[in-house]
Design a protein around this ligand. Structure first.
Ligand code: SF4
Ligand code: SF4
Length: 95
């Protein structure tokens, strides 16, 4: 299965949970953290690394919170050095 990950810009999130219900892998959760606007924000549950980088969350989010990364076949390793992405990545971002 293709692996992916998402970067979440929490300050943009308003906790509407659309992405949580839309994610086919069920890996998005409402966190206990609040952003500066007083909204509980979404986080990625990276247990089992089930995010596929499908970008459904980025498409459905009305506030452009997500940047999506997807592994490419010739570079399967996720970069341990990367807080904001992975090696061999392709980014899908909706502005
Ligand atoms: S759809 Fe966007 S704004 Fe709504 S909870 Fe998800 S990340 Fe936050
Ligand atoms: S990229 Fe797809 S699998 Fe990953 S969090 Fe977004 S909707 Fe879920």
């Amino acid at each position: 299965m293709i692996k992916g990950t998402v970067i979440i810009q929490s300050e943009r999130c308003k906790g509407c949970q659309l992405c949580i219900f839309a994610c086919p892998q069920g890996v998005l959760r409402l966190s206990n953290a609040y952003n500066s606007r007083g909204y509980r924000t979404v986080r990625l549950d990276e247990t089992d690394r089930r995010c596929t980088g499908c970008a459904v969350c980025a498409v459905i989010c009305p506030d452009s919170v997500f940047t999506v990364y997807r592994e490419t076949s010739h570079s399967p390793a996720m970069g341990a050095d990367a807080k904001g992405g992975c090696n061999g990545q392709s980014a899908v971002e909706r502005q």
